[in-house]
Design a protein around this ligand. Structure first.
Ligand code: BG6
Length: 488
């Protein structure tokens, strides 16, 4: 297919994606403050009888003083200390970009300080310098599930408009500091995960909210305004910046051809894409306005908001893509049951499922890219995450035969080729992850996504030595052909 004609752009970003809170470790050094994720303990879900609650004030406060449980996101894979040798491996793999996030708590440990923490800023200076020396462009997420716990406990998270100002200040500080080193900015990771994860996305403590739905919509509104303000600031700081933001993309299929199922599917797309509609089109969609009106959801807004949103839309849309879902009329309104397709009602019988219940669907990626391209008039799209969690085995001779991962990425890149030929303006692909890191959802190490293996278990035991997996070599060869050849 298209052997001779290049499919991907010459400057296509072949990278890998990670997040500070899942891999840097060093959670309490050089002035770093405590973040939301630092208080989430490891729980062996296989043995747990009840699904633990991590987002209550009680569990957070326990996390602040607990000396018994293990908190894996505190140690990550120690990248804070190993970044130079890890980046050497990334370069060897052929990566020309690296998506990571700046930990808010390294820069403003409590979120509400007047001045930033110089030691935190200096760390990212060093990190980005090493990236650039190795020909790797940093693609930087400003907010990735890691707000200072102080803003959760003492300000009520994103529903408080003050948090918007704190965040904009943080973003301004980092954009000014790294204006010569970073070109691509992803302001929010997966903003639409707010619909399902009010704690990590919005810093809300569910039990303390009188009306959690209203609190979520209000918080998202603040994130949308913050997003637009950061776009505006970024453009002033450096007109060459590429300002983007991110959604998770979970393509929905109707369970049957019954019109009611199809309608529910279309509506659920409107719900999943409501934040990107605002970020790209500059206003809430008619469908969302109608939903707010009919459900008596009254957002508190300020006079400037409409203009700020309208005038500061993003340059590119970043997406994560892992799985698809199934909708049927009985699921209720478009916002009901928008959750990762983890229960039987959303299962697709035509797809294979990973050990963690995630359904594998490369063709869904092409469908999603084509859909977004049409909906957003050809906006540049960056794949910021895509990967498969697997329990890899390290053989005694130091090998990891992860054919399943090669197969996974190969088939997704194949569908990216198709989408580009269909007209998608695709600018980059960042597998999650170039290296094994702690899982966001389950805080495990054993749910591995990397192309580089880290010898460490769920509790942080192990040599931490890095090993190249088979997928490392596949990715390396594929990048050398700029994604033209996939079968090695
Ligand atoms: C994405 C998040 O939703 O999924 C990442 O942005 C996360 O932070 C990734 O790691 C994979 O999820 P998990 O729970 O398997 O780590």
């Amino acid at each position: 297919m298209g052997e001779n004609k290049p499919i991907f752009k010459e400057d296509f970003l072949w990278g890998g994606g990670v997040a500070a809170n899942q891999f840097e470790g060093a959670w309490d050094v050089d002035g770093k403050g405590v973040s939301q994720d630092d208080v989430v303990p490891f729980v062996d879900l296989k043995k747990a009888t009840d699904i633990p609650v991590f987002d209550s004030r009680e569990s957070i406060e326990k996390g602040l003083t607990d000396t018994v449980n293990t908190y894996p996101k505190r140690f990550g894979i120690d990248f804070y200390n190993t970044y130079e040798s890890d980046l050497e491996l990334f370069q060897e793999m052929g990566m020309n970009s690296f998506r990571t996030s700046i930990a808010w708590t390294r820069i403003f440990p409590n979120g509400d300080e007047e001045t930033p923490n110089e030691a935190g800023l200096a760390f990212y200076d060093r990190l980005f310098d090493v990236c650039l020396e190795r020909g790797i462009k940093p693609v930087v997420t400003i907010s990735h599930y890691e707000m200072p716990i102080n803003l959760v406990l003492n300000y009520g998270g994103w529903k408080n408009r003050k948090v918007l100002d704190f965040f904009v200040k943080f973003a301004q500080v980092v954009m000014e500091r790294y204006k010569e080193k970073v070109e691509y900015w992803i302001i929010f990771n997966q903003m639409n995960s707010a619909l399902t994860d009010a704690y990590l996305s919005l810093g809300l403590i569910k039990d303390e909210e009188e009306d959690i739905e209203l609190a979520k919509f209000q918080s998202v509104h603040h994130q949308l305004v913050a997003n637009a303000k950061v776009v505006q600031l970024g453009r002033n700081i450096n007109p060459h910046f590429k300002m983007g933001s991110m959604n998770y993309e979970m393509q929905a299929y109707p369970a049957t051809s019954k019109p009611e199922d199809v309608l529910n599917t279309v509506q659920s797309d409107h719900a999943q894409l409501y934040m990107s509609d605002v970020m790209i089109k500059g206003d809430y969609s008619p469908v969302m306005k109608r939903y707010f009106y009919e459900n008596n959801i009254q957002l508190k807004t300020e006079a400037e908001d409409a203009t700020v949103l309208k005038n500061n839309t993003i340059d590119f849309l970043a997406i994560s893509y892992y799985l698809t879902t199934v909708r049927r009329a009985e699921m209720g309104n478009m916002l009901d049951k928008i959750e990762w397709n983890m229960d039987e009602t959303t299962r697709n019988p035509h797809l294979e499922t990973s050990e963690w219940g995630w359904q594998i669907d490369p063709i869904g990626l092409r469908i999603a890219l084509d859909k977004l391209t049409i909906r957003y008039n050809g906006i540049p799209i960056m794949i910021a995450e895509n990967g498969i969690g697997y329990r890899d085995v390290l053989t005694p001779d130091g090998k990891i035969n992860d054919d399943y991962r090669i197969e996974y990425h190969r088939e997704h890149v194949r569908q990216m080729q198709e989408a580009v030929l269909d007209g998608t303006n695709l600018i980059g692909y960042h597998p999650w992850a170039p290296i094994d890191i702690i899982s966001a959802g389950t805080s495990e190490m054993e749910k591995r996504y990397g192309m580089i293996y880290v010898d460490q278990d769920n509790l942080g035991n192990g040599s931490k030595k890095r090993y190249r997996k088979e997928s490392f070599y596949w990715f390396q060869k594929m990048i050398k052909t700029n994604g033209q050849e996939l079968d090695f």
